[in-house]
Design a protein around this ligand. Structure first.
Ligand code: B3K
Ligand code: ZN
Length: 851
């Protein structure tokens, strides 16, 4: 925690570090409260730098000794590091520090979790381990010696010595300090191997605590699949003799791509059919792929500075999405990603936390691991690929790897490979990296005797981050359907570059129905005034699976908006359209399940806010309930057939086929529960032999205001399984009626298993409250108060997780004045807490904005 006023760092101020680091040798003598870290670092002047002052970052370190070329020195230890007079040429810096892993509750640097030592260094955690130029453009070769009484001692690279209580690891690939990792503990390995395309055998280990051995097999298969996929699709081969993954219970995010030693939140890697849901399995597969893919996009080629974070994150998210589309279903993955983008990125882009994909300033970089950098960053790459085509994309990537291997790069470097391969000028495209906000794309049509014209206009609201927005390059994928539903114009990519632009289609026999923004070809809000008949037509006929789903989603959203604002009844076009989807068993069950899922209440709130209406959480909740009941009644004759069709008799497998059926079955059960009050859900709960069915039936019961007995039984069955008990906490709050959610959450924070210092449990509880839209926004302010109380309590313990969860308040300005003043008071209470962390201070000032 810092007492000094937070400093703002700017992209424009970048200068290279004054020295290169030729090698790093670290020795760890592990002890819970007094670990000694000795470093021996070879520095040489950096010919590219002008400023040669010697400054090393360091935080919360006790300096024991320091020497230069063997002579003891007394550096000036300052708040965020140290300085020292150094010789003019090359020299060896040595120092020893003492750190306190046990007392490190922030989970950044070297810390302890469940008796094991582990690390998290991205973004700036290495400076809590030893004094070092902790910046991504300083890359070096590390050798790490570990002394400790633990059977497993791990670090990056390849093992050189593995003895009792002693190990030496050497990583031949130069890397920045943020990719450093160390693990020590009493762990069990689930081992396997992978033979790379050039015939090299790689040892693979997934290390877990005793008791978790039966939850490793799926993660290991996902790793092997990812390694193969990256060879086949991107020509990327793995480059060390071993690849280790370690599961850790206390972790601030999903996982971390440290070179050769990935560290995972146990929730992002451990899975068995009894304890993990289909959605958990799918997420695990994607995260394993993501972290593995970072080996090339992030590790071999890293970022020059943290402003370039999207260089590795946007690209790696894009690559993991391609992987999931390939091994599962492309349309399903695309739809899921767009749902997420709208749920998490759009509100960010449209509120006080808006920032460009490549931000230009920050106070605490950890606050910029955002949906904008990650998900919008991936969307930008998807657009680039659509614009240049698959072939040029592949060539540009080959050039990127060839040209920049071993370097710390920028977005300029990234775009340059595309320019060099295609000869295009990407200066305008680059605005996607520098302008904040979601562009709105309005479209109007004109039909004139065989010529059909689409008139587009784009607009981007001015924001603090982007005061003078300029038009962006928008790839608009469009197809046209004839009146009978046949496609009369196959998908074409229109390239919009102006503020307004028109595109003509000639030679049509009749006025077509346009299918615009197929595949969701750009992250924009599409505005098209049309009638429900056209949406219903596209829902029935669109050949683009994304836009077919989108038509249903828009119908749902529009009817819910009417219901929430004027008390209108559920729209017939939506109900009939959904019934047709339910009946159509030629459609993939996973796709049908997505079709049937109603827009979330927060999606409705976003949509209303975008339309200039103040969202009323109670009315939205009511609309959502009424629509679900109306759909259940409308579809009641087909629901039993769907339920039967979705029963899986084969042994459980988390594959797309079985999980698609279970997803559709769960949707059908949710509707049936509206009609039978939970009778069938209780039956399913009683016989469920996997977590997907167990949890979905429990959810239905809770949503129906039932399930007390099952909640107790679930706890008794799973007490002691941390990941399952997280679900138990989360589900009770997520499914609580609005007037009970805050009470349920408050009661659960008093439960003996509410270990609030564990980020997974904290998120399962308070995060679930923030996600229960009507419950969080309950008019008496109890939801806001409870969250604020806990954020204030968590901040001194774990600033990173606290700051992240502050974003629950980011949409506050869109609500009515009573709610705004309740939230405003809580924000003020948080902001004025003495000693508030830099992380949370920055979030508060951004969310509150200029008062
Ligand atoms: N690179 C890490 C995230 C680090 C977050 C630091 N606060 C995981 C990932 O994106 O793969
Ligand atoms: Zn990543």
């Amino acid at each position: 925690m810092k007492d000094t006023a937070p400093q703002t760092i700017f992209l424009k101020d970048y200068t290279p570090f004054g020295f290169v680091v030729e090698s790093v040798h670290l020795t760890f003598d592990l002890s819970p409260n007094a670990t000694r870290v000795a470093s021996r670092i070879a520095f040489a002047p950096n010919p590219e730098a002008r400023d040669h002052r010697f400054f090393l970052h360091g935080e919360d370190l006790k300096l024991i000794r320091a020497a230069i070329d063997g002579t003891p020195v007394s550096p000036d230890v300052i708040d965020e590091g140290l300085t020292c007079a150094v010789p003019e040429g090359s020299f060896i810096w040595e120092c020893e520090v003492e750190i306190d892993p046990q007392g490190n509750t922030a989970l950044e640097g070297l810390y302890m979790s469940g008796g094991m030592y582990c690390t998290q260094c991205e973004a700036e955690g290495f400076r809590k381990i030893t004094y070092y130029p902790d910046r991504p453009d300083v890359m070096s070769v590390f050798t790490v010696e570990i002394k400790g009484p633990h059977p497993v001692l791990l670090s990056n690279g390849n093992p050189q010595v593995q003895g009792k209580g002693h190990a030496i690891w050497h990583d031949p690939w130069p890397k920045p300090a943020y990719l450093f990792a160390l693990v020590a503990g009493d762990l069990l390995a689930h081992s396997d191997s992978f033979t790379t395309c050039s015939g090299k055998e790689v040892e693979l280990n997934l290390y877990v605590r005793a008791g978790d051995e039966d939850k490793c097999a799926f993660g290991m298969e996902a790793l092997k699949k990812s390694m193969k996929w990256d060879e086949e699709v991107y020509g990327r081969e793995y480059d060390l003799d071993v690849f280790n993954i370690v599961a850790v219970d206390d972790f601030n995010m999903g996982a971390m791509e440290n070179k050769g030693l990935n560290i995972f939140n146990s929730s992002a890697v451990l899975a068995s059919p009894e304890t993990a849901t289909d959605a958990n399995f799918e997420r695990i597969e994607a995260i394993i792929a993501h972290e593995y893919f970072h080996n090339w996009t992030g590790n071999r080629i890293t970022c020059r500075d943290w402003f370039q974070l999207c260089l590795k994150e946007g690209l790696t998210v894009f690559r993991d999405a391609q992987f999931t589309s390939d091994v599962r279903s492309e349309p399903v993955k695309r739809i899921q990603d767009v749902i997420e983008l709208r749920a998490r990125q759009f509100p960010e882009d449209q509120g006080p936390l808006a920032h460009p994909v490549r931000p230009e300033s920050f106070q605490e970089i950890n606050n910029f691991y955002t949906a904008t950098v990650y998900e919008k960053g991936a969307e930008v790459i998807g657009m680039l690929k659509r614009l240049v085509g698959d072939q040029a994309y592949a060539e540009a990537l080959d050039l990127y790897f060839a040209r920049h291997d071993g370097q710390a790069c920028t977005i300029e470097d990234w775009l340059k490979v595309f320019e060099d391969v295609t000869g295009r000028d990407l200066a305008q495209f680059k605005r996607w990296y520098s302008q904040a906000g979601t562009p709105r794309l309005a479209v109007r049509e004109e039909w004139d005797d065989g010529t059909y014209t689409l008139h587009f206009s784009q607009s981007l609201g001015a924001s603090a981050a982007t005061p003078e927005p300029q038009p962006q390059v928008i790839p608009i994928r469009v197809g046209l359907l004839g009146p009978n539903g046949d496609e009369v114009q196959a998908t074409r990519t229109l390239e919009m570059t102006e503020a307004t632009q028109s595109f003509r289609f000639e030679g049509l026999g009749a006025k077509p129905v346009p299918s615009i923004l197929r595949e969701f070809s750009a992250p924009v809000v599409l505005e098209r005034e049309t009638d429900t008949a056209e949406r219903a037509f596209l829902l029935a006929h669109d050949t683009d699976p994304f836009n077919r789903w989108e038509a249903g989603r828009t119908l749902a959203r529009e009817t819910m908006m009417d219901m929430a604002t004027s008390g209108a009844p559920a729209g017939a076009a939506y109900l009939d359209g959904m019934l047709a989807v339910l009946r159509d068993d030629t459609l993939d069950p996973a796709y049908r399940a997505l079709m049937l899922a109603q827009p979330s209440q927060s999606e409705l709130a976003n949509a209303l806010a975008e339309a200039g209406t103040t969202p009323d959480p109670d009315a939205i909740w009511q609309a959502s309930e009424t629509l679900a009941l109306a759909l259940a009644q409308h579809a009641q004759d087909v629901l039993p057939r769907i339920m039967a069709e979705c029963r899986v008799d084969a042994p459980y497998r988390p594959d797309p086929d079985q999980s698609g059926k279970r997803a559709l079955g769960a949707r059908a059960l949710a509707l049936v529960t509206r009609l039978d009050g939970g009778a069938q859900a209780a039956e399913q709960y009683a016989v469920a032999d996997n977590m997907t069915l167990q949890l979905s039936s429990l959810g239905c019961l809770l949503a129906a205001g039932k399930g007390e007995e099952q909640v107790a039984a679930f706890y008794a069955q799973w007490q002691g399984d941390r990941l399952v008990i997280d679900k138990w906490f989360g589900m009770q709050i997520a499914q609580a009626a609005p007037d009970r959610a805050a009470d349920v959450a408050a009661r659960l924070t008093e439960h003996p298993d509410f270990n609030w210092k564990n980020p997974n449990r904290f998120r399962a509880t308070l995060g679930a409250l923030a996600m229960n839209h009507a419950g969080f926004h309950i008019a008496d302010g109890s939801g806001y108060r409870l969250l604020a109380d806990w954020l204030i309590r968590l901040d001194p313990v774990n600033p990173q997780t606290t700051a992240r969860m502050c974003s629950a308040f980011q949409t506050w300005r869109r609500y009515d004045s009573a709610r705004q003043s309740l939230i405003g008071a809580e924000l003020e209470r948080i902001a004025e807490t003495p000693g508030l962390s830099r992380d949370t201070t920055e979030m508060m000032s951004r969310i509150r904005g200029a008062e």
